[in-house]
Design a protein around this ligand. Structure first.
Ligand code: URA
Length: 201
């Protein structure tokens, strides 16, 4: 089946002067065009954290769309509890999503949408230049690492990710929405946080 988004050109971000977070934020919120923008209330670019621990989720939900901030709803509250267990409050994290606009009815982003936003996420990582990156869930892990990857097999293990000649340490873990549905898995998410803590101390 042909996607209705196939006509979209990939954003030509490598031809633009997007070398700072402020410029990238302005580009995404004011210049970037995508059908999801029309149905969203707000652009969700990132929290205001200055941390070099970058957390990447999938896409905003209803609460995030309302407030223009990532991970402020139910799954965000669980996420914060998980990070707080290793002493990391919201201010000590830089939090963002692959997709900056809420997909209607909170559906998962499609492969076409992931492909569209991937170059922007790579630019986002280069501009932020974090010490470590935590990927939340299978969707963002597939998008950034490999479509064949299974989150339950790679979670809790650092993977090298090269972007524009620089190698980043990336730690995939479970998405908090999944943990809300499968609370037994919280123990593994906590183990992943212990792995993160060892890396950042
Ligand atoms: N789920 C995500 O992936 N990101 C958010 O910001 C909220 C829920």
């Amino acid at each position: 089946m042909t996607s209705k988004y196939n006509y979209l050109a990939k954003p030509r971000i490598y031809y633009q002067n997007l070398d700072t977070l402020d410029r990238l934020r302005e580009y995404v919120s004011q210049k970037l065009e995508h059908p999801l923008k029309a149905t969203a209330k707000n652009t969700v670019f990132s929290n205001n954290g200055t941390s070099d621990i970058m957390i990447i989720g999938e896409a905003p939900g209803a609460d995030e769309d309302e407030q223009g901030q990532p991970f402020v709803g139910r799954s965000g509250q669980l996420l914060m509890k998980i990070f707080e267990s290793i002493g990391l409050t919201r201010e000590k994290l830089y939090i963002t999503n692959l997709v900056p606009w809420r997909p209607p009815l909170n559906r998962n982003p499609t492969f076409e949408e992931m492909d569209f936003f991937l170059p922007i996420m790579k630019k986002h990582i280069r501009c932020k230049d974090p010490k470590v990156i935590v990927l939340l869930g299978g969707i963002i892990t597939k998008a950034l690492i490999s479509k064949d990857i299974v989150i339950s097999k790679v979670r809790g293990t650092f993977i090298d990710l090269e972007i524009e000649g620089k190698t980043y340490k990336v730690l995939p873990s479970f998405h908090p929405s999944y943990l809300l549905r499968s609370p037994m898995m919280k123990k593994l998410a906590w183990e992943d946080m212990c792995t993160l803590k060892k890396e950042i101390i």
